[in-house]
Design a binder for this molecule. Structure first.
Ligand code: MN
Length: 199
């Protein structure tokens, strides 16, 4: 039986001899990881990735996450990424797919809140059904978030991401402005970009 390579689209978009991004293939035990990468490409955006089914399911979130439960953010699915992409911080060279600076803006683990209720669905099923209820334990993002696939956007699916009301909800601050730097190295986008050439 032929098993489809879930990372075929990821590899097809990249010349892995030219970009410092990881090739993939790493297996991982323990709590599933999440990462939010701040990506200064043609447009600055945030890439949210959740470990589901042995890969990082990925969304581009143009405006980034918000801690305000009233704010729903558009999340556009992108290709699955390898698990070891969660650590990637660096510069994708000009001319390569996604060219620009990538920062690990937040990283941590998450829990599937739906598996803790009577619904008892796996995260894979929730993803296929287009409705995630997750609890993030990151360095910046904490607490419960909802992600729902919408009918908007026609053939191309779109999701919405928003904070659920809990002790970590915050309507008074924009965490993207208050905490702009890397969650692992504390570097700014400019400082990461300046390393270009010596990685
Ligand atoms: Mn991106």
């Amino acid at each position: 039986m032929i098993k489809r390579d879930p990372l075929a689209a990821y590899r097809a978009k990249r010349d892995l001899g030219k970009t410092p991004e990881p090739l993939g293939g790493e297996k991982h035990d323990g709590a599933p990881v999440f990462v939010v990468q701040k990506h200064d490409a043609s447009h600055l955006h945030y890439d949210l990735r959740l470990e589901i089914g042995g890969v990082l399911k990925s969304w581009a979130v143009p405006k980034g996450p918000s801690l305000d439960p009233k704010v729903k953010r558009l999340a556009i699915p992108t290709e699955d990424h390898p698990l070891d992409y969660a650590d990637f911080e660096g510069v994708i060279p000009e001319g390569e797919y996604g060219a620009g600076t990538v920062m690990v803006w937040d990283i941590g683990t998450y829990r599937n809140l739906k598996s803790e209720t009577q619904e008892a669905h796996s995260i894979d099923e929730n993803y296929e059904q287009g409705h995630l209820e997750i609890y993030l334990d990151g360095k910046k993002l904490k607490g419960a978030f909802t992600m729902v696939r919408t009918k908007r956007g026609g053939a191309k699916p779109q999701w919405l991401l928003w904070k659920k009301k809990d002790d970590f909800a915050d309507t008074g601050h924009d965490i993207l402005i208050d905490e702009p730097n890397s969650a692992v190295t504390r570097r700014s986008l400019g400082q990461i970009a300046a390393q270009k050439g010596d990685q």
